[in-house]
Design a protein around this ligand. Sequence first.
Ligand code: ISJ
Length: 194
Amino acid sequence: MRSRASDIKRQPSDINSHLSIPPTAWYRSLTAAGLRNPQVHGCARYWLRVEGSFTRALQKQCTRSFDVEVRQEGFAPPSLEESRRLDIPPRQHAWIREVRLCGDGEPWVLARTVIPLSCLEGEGRRLLHLGNRPLGAYLFSSPLWQRGPLETGVCNPAVAGQPQLARRSLFSGHNSSLLVGEYFLPALFGRNAL
Ligand SMILES: C=C(O[C@@H]1C=C(C(=O)O)C=C[C@H]1O)C(=O)O
């Protein structure tokens, strides 16, 4: 008997493949992104544009709990596109932090932050030890960090349930910037009528 795709047993590593970040094209304007994916004008619009701390905005939607789950953190080379956006040499390692932002026990957002070496000097060393504390609490507690314009990401999901839309921005400190990307999981839209 021929096996159907649905009969194929998922390996343990596959089970959460929808919780990984798909390839994403970035747009400076919401309108340009909307030509690729009109969903930017739907319920995602609020999240694509919300100002201030994204963590705070998520916390306001939680009824019981908000958690940051660290998926991976360490020195690694960013993608070439990220290096270009950060204006750092290609292949120069950066501190890369990938987390799940969970509301009421469910993953709502995947976040990837690329922190160049120049951000990790002095006071910035604290960025290496955030653990499960949200990065937003650190960035928004200091007037040093200023957020640049928001970009809109249109994802190319390979697996059902992966994010379709994302946002990202540079946060600029003294002489250095870091790049924060937030990728929206379907569960983010399942619960409210923003
Ligand atoms: C940048 C912020 O921090 C949030 C927290 C993150 C983390 O802890 O790694 C990542 C992305 C953000 O959504 C924010 O709250 O705006």
